[in-house]
Design a protein around this ligand. Structure first.
Ligand code: ADP
Length: 485
C-alpha cells in the first residue's frame, strides 16, 4: 500500500484553537490516518494562538496581496501537527474565537477571511507547494466550501475532493454582490455553481463540487435528506446521495484516558473504577455541592444553544431534585439559558451548580465525577461529549437522534442482561421523555450492581478513531483510484 497525501482544510484545530467538536476531529484525524499510510497536512488560518504555537516553520508561498494585505503560507509543525498556516495578520491576528469578536458578534469580513483560506487551500491543492501535492483535499464545514469551487473552476487537473458536514445548521450564505470580491468567476453564480437561493453559499459550493460528501454519523447522513433536518439543503443532498455517507467520529483516546489523564485527582479504568469516587468528591467541592444527596450527579458539558436541548434540562431540574440528585453544568452561549442555569444554582445551592465559560480541565472532571451525562440534543450530527462520557464512565442519557442514536445502546432489560447497555435513550425528544429517563436513571443507579454493569459496558466501548480512520482511508483510496486516468 503506497502512502497517500491528503490536505485537510479547517477553520479550527485542537489543541491550537477550538470552539467545538470540529476542532477535535481536525486535530485527531491526521494522527489516526498515519497508521493507514495517509500523510495528512492541515491548512489553518494564522490566528494568534496558532502563530504562538508554531515550532519549526518555513515560508513556502509569499503573497503580495491576499484580500487586503500581504500574506505568507508557512509549512509548520505545532503540537505534533503538520500544518500549512495562512499567515495574514490583517485577516486573522484578532482576539476572540475564529468567528466572533470578543463581544460575541460575527466579524463583518468573515466571508473574506474564509474565502482567503479557501483560495490558499485550493492553490496548495493544485500544486503550489511542490513538496506536498495532495491527491485528496478534505474540506470541513462551510468555512472551507469555496475551496471546492476554486479547485474546479481553475480548470487544471485537480485532486479528489471530500467534504465533511459537521453541522448543517451553519451554511455560510452571503449576498450575491460579493461574488467578485470572493474571487469567483461570474459564471459560477448558477444553480450548478455557488448560487444558493439567490445568495452565495459556501457550504453549497462544497456540496456541489465535492466528489464525496460525508457527515459524521450514518443516522445524520440519513436524517439530512428530510425537510425537517435538511435545513434547505435536502434537495441538493438527495441529488448527491450516491456519494453521501456517514462516518462516525472518534475521540482522541490519549487525551481522553482516565487511566493517565493529568487533569483527574486519581486515575481509574473499567477494571479499577474506584477513582471515580475521588473525581466525584472533587467535582462536588468545585461546584460547592453537598455530599448528602443519595441520587446520581447529572452533568452537562455543552455549547448553550437551541440545538443542545438544554431548555428541556432546565425544565427537568425539578425531577433531578425529586430523586435526590444533583446537577452540574459547564457551558457557554445563549444568554437566556445562562441566566436560567445561574438562577437555578442560586435557588438550589448545594444541589445545582453551574460554571459559564469554556474550561477544558473542568470538562474532564465533569466526565469523571458525574454519574450520568445529559445530552438531549434536538439534532446531533455526531456528538463527542457522549463518547467522552462512555470512556469516563458517566452514563450518557441521550436523545435518539443523529450520532447519539448511533453510539449509545439503551440499557433496557435485555441489553443489561447481555451486558451491552451503555446509556439511556430518550425518545421522543420532549421534556416529559427526558424526565422519564431521569427517573429511570435514578432507579437503575439505586440498584448498584446493575448500574456498575452499565458503567463497565460504557467504559469498554471503543470510542477511538481506529474504526473510522480506516473508513476515511478507504474513501480516499477509492476516490484516488476512481480519478486515476
Ligand atoms: P459541538 O461541536 O456541537 O459543540 P460536540 O459534542 O461534537 O458538540 O463537541 C463538543 C466538544 O467541545 C467536546 O469535546 C466538549 O467536551 C467540548 N466542550 C463543549 N463546551 C465546552 C466547555 N464549555 N468547556 C470545555 N469543553 C467544552
Amino acid at each position: 500500500m503506497s502512502g497517500l497525501k491528503a490536505l485537510s482544510v479547517v477553520s479550527e484545530i485542537y489543541p491550537l484553537i477550538k470552539t467545538g467538536g470540529l476542532a477535535d476531529v481536525a486535530g485527531a484525524l491526521p494522527g489516526a490516518l498515519a497508521s493507514h499510510e495517509v500523510e495528512m497536512r492541515t491548512v489553518v488560518p494564522g490566528y494568534p494562538s496558532v502563530m504562538a504555537a508554531l515550532d519549526e516553520h518555513e515560508t513556502v508561498v509569499e503573497l503580495a496581496e491576499l484580500w487586503g494585505g500581504r500574506a505568507r503560507v508557512l509549512a509548520a509543525r505545532a503540537k505534533g501537527l503538520d500544518l500549512f498556516v495562512v499567515d495574514a495578520p490583517h485577516l486573522y491576528a484578532r482576539p476572540g474565537n475564529p468567528y466572533h469578536a470578543p463581544d460575541g458578534t460575527d466579524w463583518q469580513d468573515n466571508p473574506y477571511r474564509f474565502a482567503a483560506l479557501c483560495w490558499v487551500a485550493a492553490q496548495i491543492g493544485l500544486g503550489s507547494v511542490p513538496a506536498f501535492v495532495p491527491q485528496v483535499v478534505h474540506l470541513h464545514d462551510w468555512q472551507t466550501g469555496l475551496t471546492a469551487a476554486h479547485l474546479t473552476y481553475d480548470g487544471r487537473r485537480r485532486p479528489g475532493i471530500v467534504i465533511t458536514i459537521h453541522n448543517l445548521a451553519f451554511q455560510g450564505q452571503y449576498p450575491s454582490s460579493m461574488l467578485q470580491g470572493l474571487g469567483l468567476p461570474w459564471y459560477s453564480f448558477g444553480m450548478d455553481g455557488v448560487e444558493y437561493y439567490g445568495n452565495i453559499g459556501f457550504l453549497k459550493a462544497g456540496l456541489q463540487f465535492a466528489d464525496r460528501i460525508t457527515t459524521v454519523s450514518p443516522t445524520y447522513a440519513h436524517e439530512i435528506l428530510s425537510p425537517e433536518c435538511g435545513m434547505g439543503m435536502e434537495g441538493l443532498l438527495k441529488a448527491r446521495s450516491s456519494v453521501l455517507s456517514g462516518i462516525l467520529n472518534g475521540i482522541d483516546d490519549t487525551v481522553w484516558n482516565p487511566a493517565t489523564d493529568p487533569l483527574l485527582p486519581v486515575h481509574y479504568s473499567a477494571a479499577e473504577p474506584l477513582g471515580r469516587l475521588a473525581a466525584k468528591a472533587a467535582l462536588r467541592k468545585r461546584f460547592l455541592l453537598d455530599d448528602k444527596a443519595q441520587g446520581p450527579i447529572f452533568g452537562v458539558v455543552s455549547r448553550l444553544s437551541d440545538q443542545k436541548g438544554l431548555d428541556m434540562v432546565l425544565e427537568a431540574l425539578d425531577t433531578i431534585l425529586a430523586v435526590d440528585g444533583q446537577f452540574v453544568l459547564l457551558g457557554s452561549g445563549d444568554k437566556e439559558l445562562t441566566a436560567g442555569f445561574h438562577r437555578a444554582a442560586s435557588v438550589h445551592p448545594g444541589r445545582i451548580g453551574c460554571v459559564i465559560g469554556y474550561d477544558e480541565a473542568l470538562a474532564h472532571l465533569i466526565q469523571a465525577g458525574s454519574d450520568a451525562l445529559l445530552v438531549p440534543s434536538r439534532f446531533e450530527p455526531c456528538g463527542l461529549t457522549q463518547l467522552c462520557a462512555l470512556r469516563y464512565g458517566a452514563v450518557p442519557i441521550v436523545t435518539r437522534v443523529g450520532g447519539l442514536a448511533d453510539t449509545i445502546i439503551d440499557a433496557n432489560e435485555m441489553a443489561i442482561d447481555a451486558g451491552v447497555g451503555t446509556g439511556l435513550v430518550v425518545a421522543p425528544t420532549t421534556t416529559e421523555a427526558l424526565e422519564e429517563s431521569i427517573l429511570r436513571a435514578a432507579r437503575l443507579y439505586a440498584d448498584v450492581p446493575t448500574w456498575q454493569k452499565i458503567v463497565r459496558a460504557a467504559m469498554k466501548c471503543d470510542v477511538s478513531w481506529t474504526r473510522s480512520a480506516g473508513r476515511y482511508a478507504k474513501l480516499y483510496r477509492d476516490l484516488v483510484k476512481e480519478r486515476t486516468p
